[in-house]
Design a protein around this ligand. Structure first.
Ligand code: CA
Length: 452
């Protein structure tokens, strides 16, 4: 503890900064396309508030999540560890009676860790890390929960026809439950994205005196494509109906992030709050009208379109505005938060404190390699420097140089390097557990077993 205090003190000496531990806000979009915010080049959807985070902070031009779909990506983010280490290898089924369907109790979340430093923790929005009693947010370090346990949700409150998941008898009707406030169903009246933004501001107002962690896990712009006239009317210029509704959904989220930032400013805590914004995976362009720009493929794929996401982070007291180009990971947010909260995490992290890298004190690379695997499809990816190894059905063990081939079109012929990267990948796999549960892709098999 003594050493930590000295380290903490060292950082605080450098500038006129507050003595308090930073607040931490992680804003996670769902299925947002890489090129669908202003700071990644979007032209048809203005995102002035999301861009404030980018303009006042650091843009990670090579920012990655740990998996190309929701559940495992969130497990990596919230534990700071590759989720395969603990067998979270699939997108979970929503199974309120199954204590093994979700983030195993062996794992500590960022909320669990920050609680040891006196933080008040909230998750607002989508959980998707287990619907069983023992796996809900209140058992995983969160003091406050407003949202839903499933992997997605409908947006109009009149469609919330079930009190809770126990009443749901068909797959995907999970999306029609009432929202929960600390596990109790509530009668929500607002459009989902607006409701989550309102709750986020409410939490900030109530907790601004002491350090807090807010995990604002928007459902937007995940399907179903649903938006209110307030937002749709901003996009009359978009002809494609799918893209137009998608744009309205992104715009609603951007408005919400605007009132969150305003609340921080009004309460005088903007400067000492870490605000990170990212998507949980790439856009499924075919499904929701998203756009991954130059990146190949999208959600579900080991190509860049699946795992590289729009990612920015501001912390006015500690980060000078700019951009950072080395590969970074969503897992790094865990390490950053713990470092400046003065917490030594109990488990081995794969995330890295990026602040010394961003500020130029460390010119090395935070991650010699980043890796991804889908054990069912045997698809995987390895990023080392500018090189990316991809194994997909369409592209068996192909090596690409992202520096001049961002779209991963033309494999390069470097057999020795390819073998080394394969070896790195195989060594990494040795640290993994077998999948702990059947996933959405195996739900017929799961239902047949009657485990739910
Ligand atoms: Ca997602």
């Amino acid at each position: 503890m003594k050493i930590l205090l000295i380290v903490f003190g060292f950082f605080l000496c450098g500038a006129a900064v507050s003595q308090q531990k930073p607040n931490v806000i992680i804003i996670l979009a769902d299925d947002l396309g890489y090129a669908d915010v202003g700071f990644t080049g979007c032209k048809d959807i203005p995102t002035p508030n999301i861009d404030r985070i980018a303009n006042q902070g650091v843009v990670f031009t090579n920012g990655y999540v740990t998996y190309p779909v929701c559940g495992p990506s969130r497990a990596g983010l919230i534990t700071g560890r590759y989720q395969n280490r603990f067998g979270f290898a699939r997108n979970p089924i929503i199974a309120p009676n199954d204590p093994n369907m979700g983030l195993p109790l062996s794992e500590r979340t960022l909320a669990t860790e920050l609680k040891t430093a006196g933080y008040t923790n909230a998750i607002i929005g989508k959980w998707h890390l287990g619907a069983h009693e023992t796996l809900k947010p209140d058992r995983r370090g969160f003091d406050y929960f407003y949202g839903f346990l499933s992997g997605g949700h409908r947006y109009f409150p009149e469609e919330y026809i079930y009190n809770d998941l126990s009443e749901v008898t068909r797959d995907w009707d999970w999306y029609r439950t009432k929202l929960l406030r600390n596990n109790k169903p509530v009668e929500e009246t607002e459009y989902l994205t607006d409701a989550l933004s309102r709750e986020a501001v409410g939490f900030i107002e109530q907790n601004q005196e002491n350090p807090f962690f807010l995990y604002l896990s928007y459902n937007a712009p995940h399907a179903p494509l649903q938006a209110t006239e307030k937002y749709l009317s901003r996009f009359d210029h978009i002809q494609d109906e799918k893209r137009r509704t998608y744009a309205a959904m992104v715009s609603a989220m951007d408005d919400g992030i605007g009132i969150v930032l305003e609340s921080l400013k009004t309460n005088g805590i903007l400067d000492n709050t870490i605000v990170a914004f990212l998507s949980d995976n790439g856009g499924p362009e075919y499904a929701n009208g998203s756009d991954n720009g130059q990146l190949r493929e999208g959600k579900g794929s080991m190509f860049e379109g699946g795992v590289r996401v729009p990612f920015a982070m501001m912390w006015p007291e500690m980060i000078t505005p700019g951009q950072y180009d080395q590969p970074v990971s969503s897992m790094d947010l865990f390490a950053i938060a713990c470092t400046y909260a003065g917490v030594i995490p109990q488990d081995t992290l794969d995330g890295v404190d990026l602040i010394p890298y961003i500020n130029g004190q460390n010119s090395g690379t935070p991650h010699p390699s980043l890796m991804w695997v889908n054990v069912d499809k045997d698809s995987y990816g390895v990023r080392t420097g500018n090189l990316k190894l991809v194994n997909e059905e369409s592209s068996v063990n192909a090596l690409f140089n992202l520096q001049n081939d961002l779209s991963e079109q033309t494999p390069v012929d470097q057999p020795v390097t390819l073998q080394e990267m394969l070896q790195t990948y195989q060594d990494w796999r040795k640290s993994h557990l077998a999948p702990l549960f059947l996933g959405l892709e195996q739900r017929d098999e799961y239902h047949k077993k009657g485990q739910d």
